[in-house]
Ligand binder design. Structure first.
Ligand SMILES: Nc1ncnc2c1ncn2[C@@H]1O[C@H](COP(=O)(O)OP(=O)(O)OP(=O)(O)O)[C@@H](O)[C@H]1O
Length: 417
């Protein structure tokens, strides 16, 4: 006997009740079907995105390998020599004193502005011909361009997502000696001098350093080590000296040296003048670290994406002797970071951060920030007042693509000057 056999004997009320219950059942089956369908659609979309991400990653890695090869080539090209004009002899020749000591009688490129070629001007010389190839800005300007100084940065720890352990470590090793130096004195140990933050680009190393400076009311002095040794022989060591002098003047201060590997790569066997310049700069940095008494009023934070190539001399006790890894965020970290960057955004009800977390595996905090900004831009462009899931998905695509473009441009820049 099936469910419908006794229908003939049912009363009208019973029949109506039965029909209603069947209608309810049909509605709920329909709802489940539509939910399952949208779930499946999400999964398909996510798998498609994953596929694109993996393919992009492959392209990225291939480009990275290519760009690293070009970088090696670039490091092999000789840097320019820094000099100051001492006397203009005639319209072709002048005497200069180089930053490494000796004076030279030199020619200059006819493309230079002669009005700038006066005694006292700083110039760059070709290392082989010693001809003047460039007139440099005054020393003051050059300094400023290599350094970023902020009296009390406005970054606080609650603006940093997914780095709870790192924050605790930074608080202990940099903040505590700055805030309560007497604790170390009482116990009779020296506070740590320098800490090294290492991890991929855009993961929050600079943010951490700025938050310490904020918390301790310190001046934040940032220098990018690759700027020291980019071009001019003799400049690197001088800049290192000046940074430490400035920090003492402005104490309490945090010295943040980004891209530390640029002056502290393991010694190479070959010895071009570029390598020697890097060595001179590193020596000066080591001398400053050794000579400087860590009384707790200056914190030194180094950062690198390549801890594996650092010269061990720099990592000895009393130098950069604490290492803190700042990795790419995991799913929880990404959620935290997205929460921080979407906090002030007007989000559509369906814009679910969990979905976004799944779609952004392998991306950095800087990428996540860029995705939020891009998603907002898409909404503005379409004159909507809420940011939707689709905006975020398009933003993920855009940011991932633009990263590849950036790498391509960088590579092209290296190849074509
Ligand atoms: N953990 C994070 N929490 C919140 N925002 C982050 C985080 N990491 C990165 N960001 C965002 O990305 C931006 C860049 O990050 P930051 O400069 O700190 O990276 P970095 O590790 O110092 O990178 P690099 O190695 O390229 O110097 C920050 O200003 C912030 O907006």
């Amino acid at each position: 006997m099936n469910d419908f056999d006794d229908l003939e004997n049912s009363s009208k009320e019973e029949l109506i009740e039965r029909i209603e219950s069947l209608e309810d059942e049909i509605t709920s089956i329909r709802e489940e079907k539509s939910k399952a369908k949208s779930n499946l659609m999400w999964k398909v979309r996510k798998l498609e995105k994953d596929k694109v991400l993996i393919e992009n990653e492959k392209i990225r890695l291939e480009r990275e390998a290519k760009s690293l090869r070009s970088e090696v080539e670039r490091f092999r090209s000789p840097p320019l020599v820094l000099a100051t004009i001492t006397e203009v002899l005639d319209e072709h020749r002048m005497t200069v004193k180089s930053s490494t000591g000796p004076s030279f009688l030199v020619n200059y490129s006819k493309f230079l502005d002669e009005k700038l070629l006066v005694p006292g001007s700083r110039v760059a010389l070709n290392q082989q011909t010693f001809g003047i190839v460039e007139v440099l800005p005054s020393e003051k300007d050059a300094n400023v361009s290599g350094m970023e100084i902020e009296t009390k940065p406005d970054v606080t720890y609650d603006q940093i997502g997914g780095l709870e352990e790192q924050i605790v470590e930074v608080k202990e090793t940099v903040e505590l000696p700055l805030k309560e130096p007497e604790l170390f004195e009482k116990i009779g140990i020296d506070p740590p001098k320098g800490i090294l933050l290492y991890g991929p680009p855009g993961t929050g190393k600079t943010l951490l350093a700025k938050a310490v400076a904020n918390e301790t009311n310190a001046t934040f002095i940032k220098i990018v080590a690759s700027e020291f040794v980019k071009k001019y022989i003799g400049e690197g060591a001088r800049l290192v000296r000046e940074v430490f002098e400035l920090a003492k003047e402005k104490a309490p201060a945090i010295i943040f040296i980004d891209e530390l590997d640029a002056v502290a790569a393991k010694r190479l066997k070959s010895s071009t003048s570029g390598d020697r310049e890097v060595q001179r700069t590193l020596m000066q940095l080591l001398a400053e670290l050794d000579g400087f008494e860590s009384r707790g009023d200056i914190g030194i934070i180094g950062a690198t994406n390549r801890p594996d190539i650092l010269d061990p001399a720099l990592l000895r006790p009393g130098r950069f002797d604490r290492f803190i890894e700042v990795p790419l965020p995991n799913a929880d970290g990404r959620k935290e970071i997205l929460k921080i960057h979407t906090k002030r955004m007007a989000l559509d009800e369906e814009a679910d951060i969990d979905i976004l977390c799944d779609l952004t595996d392998g991306l950095s905090g800087a990428d996540l920030k860029a995705i939020c900004t891009e998603a907002g831009m898409f909404a503005i462009r379409e004159k909507r007042d809420k940011v939707t899931v689709a905006d975020f998905m398009d933003a993920v695509d855009k940011v991932v693509d633009s990263e590849h473009d950036e790498e391509f441009k960088k590579e092209a820049g290296v190849m074509f000057g």
